[in-house]
Ligand binder design. Structure first.
Ligand SMILES: *Cc1c(COP(=O)(O)O)cnc(C)c1O
Length: 220
């Protein structure tokens, strides 16, 4: 058994069956992704649209590709033919463009609204009011080629477990408040390599794990 397969099995053993594992393969070569694929993994997350599109072209077509990074409106077209779930939607403008591109391919593209929970200013995301405004807007209901199926959050990059827990709980509570009114919201995407166990304690339904599966990333 190779190391990637071993890591994958170790992680799968620690997450409940009903929690979806997104294997975050950004910066990693196709050979690494194929090792995870041959070990049974079918959902992969990338944060650059062009990199994801190249991998999609060159890899088995039963892979579900998730865009987990910030999305620039002018690049939506490159992933519209195949992307399965876009995690970080944070504006109506972006939703409109996703809808337009999805329509061209006769698809409905699944989206999550990214909620800002971290304290750092640099993190993208919506506050609760803006997210609610998007969900409520008549315009959103008319975007028939997008399907908003949940929320996504990223905690502050810190060792402070208590703070991470507070941030995850914030988005989890919001998610539960919204569900009675918006039953299409089924996915709560929180948790990465360093904090996924905490996220699962906070009722995550989808974790995005990279370095614990593929090893540390090299950005050179
Ligand atoms: C890179 C990334 C991850 C995975 O991070 P790891 O710490 O390697 O597990 C998860 N979510 C997002 C949005 C990312 O950009």
């Amino acid at each position: 058994m190779n190391e990637i397969e071993r890591n994958l099995n170790t992680i799968k053993a620690t997450i409940p069956k009903e929690v979806t594992l997104v294997a975050v393969s950004k910066t990693k070569p196709i050979s690494d992704i194929l090792q995870a694929y041959h070990a049974g993994q079918r959902i992969f997350g990338e944060n650059k649209i062009q990199e994801m599109a190249e991998k999609w072209e060159n890899m088995p077509k039963d892979i579900s590709w998730h865009m987990i990074g910030h999305v620039q409106t002018n690049k939506v077209k490159y992933m519209a033919p195949f992307v399965d779930l876009i995690h970080a939607v944070d504006s109506v403008k972006l939703l409109r463009e996703i809808n337009k591109q999805a329509k061209k391919h006769n698809r409905i593209i699944n989206c999550l609204l990214q909620i800002k929970i971290a304290q750092e200013d640099s993190k993208y995301g919506l506050n609760k009011e803006d997210a609610l405004a998007i969900l409520t807007a008549q315009e959103t209901k008319e975007l028939t080629n997008v399907h908003i199926q949940g929320l996504m959050g990223m905690a502050t990059f810190t060792e402070n477990q208590e703070q991470i827990k507070i941030e995850f709980s914030k988005v989890a509570t919001f998610f539960k408040e919204l569900q009675p009114e918006y039953p299409q919201l089924k996915t709560l995407s929180i948790g990465m390599s360093g904090d996924y166990k905490l996220a699962i304690d906070c009722d995550s339904t989808m974790v995005r794990i990279g370095s614990s599966i593929f090893g540390a990333r090299n950005y050179n």
